[in-house]
Design a protein around this ligand. Structure first.
Ligand SMILES: Cc1cc2nc3c(=O)[nH]c(=O)nc-3n(C[C@H](O)[C@H](O)[C@H](O)COP(=O)(O)OP(=O)(O)OC[C@H]3O[C@@H](n4cnc5c(N)ncnc54)[C@H](O)[C@@H]3O)c2cc1C
Length: 439
């Protein structure tokens, strides 16, 4: 008997699970339920708009979506249009692949001032995610501070200093490009509590800063160690050596060689955002790194700025009807198993770390569990799956966006970009997207 599976979330984890189920050798019907009309999760709404090569992985997901056994239910939000309990009644197996859409909160004094944004919101804004289109960050400032030393922090810093020409092949949202182009911003400070050896950014992303059209990266030689310690783990050591080599080059750069600068400021722990209503500076305590941990030295300094982006991590939201570990910000699970017939994959399973391909093994494992758990026709309950879901959503007046519908929205975005070299001109609100379908 066919196993009916609902996957909640159409990001990488959801699609890798669908793909693994199709290739798992068992008879499945897979429905992917996504709260937005648009699929692919952070591939569309997180990965930087000037990283189109990375986004190409969506073509592989598209092939998965086009299999006969797969149906896409876009514009359907679990917790709002349908509950998890209802889905568990309708499907043999339900897979939670909802990611970690929110910001880990910056908790220092002043973090609620105007001009302070989390990276999930800021990235969502420049990527045209409907939840964040109205963020309207005020970029009318000459300096910005980005808190964090990971790739997301690098993305934010880089996008802030790019020109329209530099973004000619990117799908940045129009509102963001216009605001960034008009901003008087000249200096972005990329700050980390620890040092260059502990920074989490990958070397490819770090090196990219050396080739920007109107901004130059600047590192401070006195913050760069002479060598990488021998006792570092081999992989971390290789990354640290490459990053150190790039930063040494950046320490030679002439700050006046280009109109804008990205400054690396290591050993800087933020202690407060200063200003009245709006951010006017960030106060930092200088740190030293002891046994891998940042320790305050008692010396303080300030960086004046009108914009602060906290790129300090993401957090998941609970799904009603599923357990949630508030502290870890994940659904507690045993390597993907949550409960009988309920599974978790991707960032909601492991927490918000890792690259796109890190989500693939989660999908493979859960697909194996599902095939195993329902391998005897006796254990499949003959739950109706989409034959129960589709009429219920229709009865509730939910406007389901099919995969064909999404392809129409996508075609309209590509057409809107016209003769431009941009891959698409994104719609940034759900009503705009639905208008394409409903005239
Ligand atoms: C800013 C940023 C940039 C990144 N850049 C890169 C990069 O360049 N290269 C790289 O390899 N990795 C990158 N990553 C990491 C990569 O994006 C993640 O590993 C991956 O997206 C996690 O997949 P996921 O499916 O768990 O979550 P997501 O991609 O977040 O997908 C979750 C999906 O679930 C949907 N959803 C949520 N709640 C509901 C609900 N209640 N009902 C229905 N649907 C729901 C969401 O709308 C979303 O589509 C980046 C991450 C971020 C945050």
């Amino acid at each position: 008997m066919t196993i009916t599976v609902a996957i909640i979330g159409s990001g990488p984890a959801g699609f890798y699970t669908a793909d693994a189920l199709l290739n798992g050798g068992c008879d499945v019907q897979v429905d992917i339920i996504e709260r937005l009309p648009t699929p692919y999760g952070l591939i569309r709404g997180g990965v930087a708009p000037d990283h189109q090569t990375t986004k190409k992985v969506a073509r592989k997901y598209e092939q998965t979506a086009l299999f006969n056994q797969v149906r896409y239910f876009g514009n359907v939000e679990v917790n709002k249009d349908i509950s998890l309990a209802e889905l568990r009644e309708m499907y043999d197996a339900v897979v939670l692949a909802v990611g970690a859409p929110g910001d880990r909160k910056l908790t220092i004094p002043g973090a609620d001032k105007g001009g302070v944004h989390g990276s999930a919101a800021f990235v969502g804004w420049y990527n045209g995610h409907p939840d964040f289109r109205d963020l309207e960050p005020d970029l009318n400032t000459d300096a910005a501070v980005v808190i964090g030393n990971g790739n997301v922090a690098l993305d934010c810093a880089r996008v802030l200093v790019r020109s329209r020409e530099g973004m000619a092949h990117a799908d940045i949202a129009n509102h963001a490009m216009e605001t960034i182009e008009q901003a008087p911003l000249t200096d972005v400070y990329l700050t980390g509590r620890r040092g260059p050896l502990e920074a989490k950014f990958t070397n490819v992303e770090l090196r990219e800063l050396g080739d920007l059209e109107q901004a130059v990266p600047i590192a401070r030689p006195e913050q760069l160690p002479d060598a990488v310690p021998d006792d570092m783990e081999a992989r971390a050591k290789r990354l640290a050596e490459r990053n150190l080599a790039s930063l040494r080059e950046y320490a030679q750069n002439d700050p006046a060689s280009k109109p804008k600068r990205i400054h690396f400021e290591f050993f800087a722990s933020p202690v407060a955002i200063l200003g009245d209503e709006r951010a006017e500076a960030v106060s930092f305590e200088r740190t030293e790194v002891i046994d891998g941990h940042a320790k305050g030295t008692g010396e303080f300094f300030e960086i004046p700025c009108g914009l602060v982006i906290a790129a300090i991590g993401y957090r998941s939201d609970p799904i009603e009807g599923a357990p949630f570990d508030e502290k870890a910000g994940i659904i507690p699970n045993d390597n993907g198993r949550v409960d009988s017939g309920l599974y978790a994959v991707g960032w909601i399973k492991r927490g918000p770390s890792g690259v796109i391909s890190s989500n693939r093994p989660d999908g493979v494992t859960v697909a194996e569990y599902i095939c195993e758990d329902f391998k005897d026709s006796a254990t499949t309950s003959g739950k109706a799956g989409r034959d129960a879901l589709a009429p219920l959503l229709a009865e509730r007046g939910v406007r389901v966006v099919t995969f064909d519908d999404w392809k129409k929205i996508e075609a309209a975005e590509i057409e809107r970009a016209g003769e431009d070299s941009r891959p698409r001109d994104k719609f940034v609100s759900v009503p705009e997207m639905l208008k394409v379908l409903d005239g």
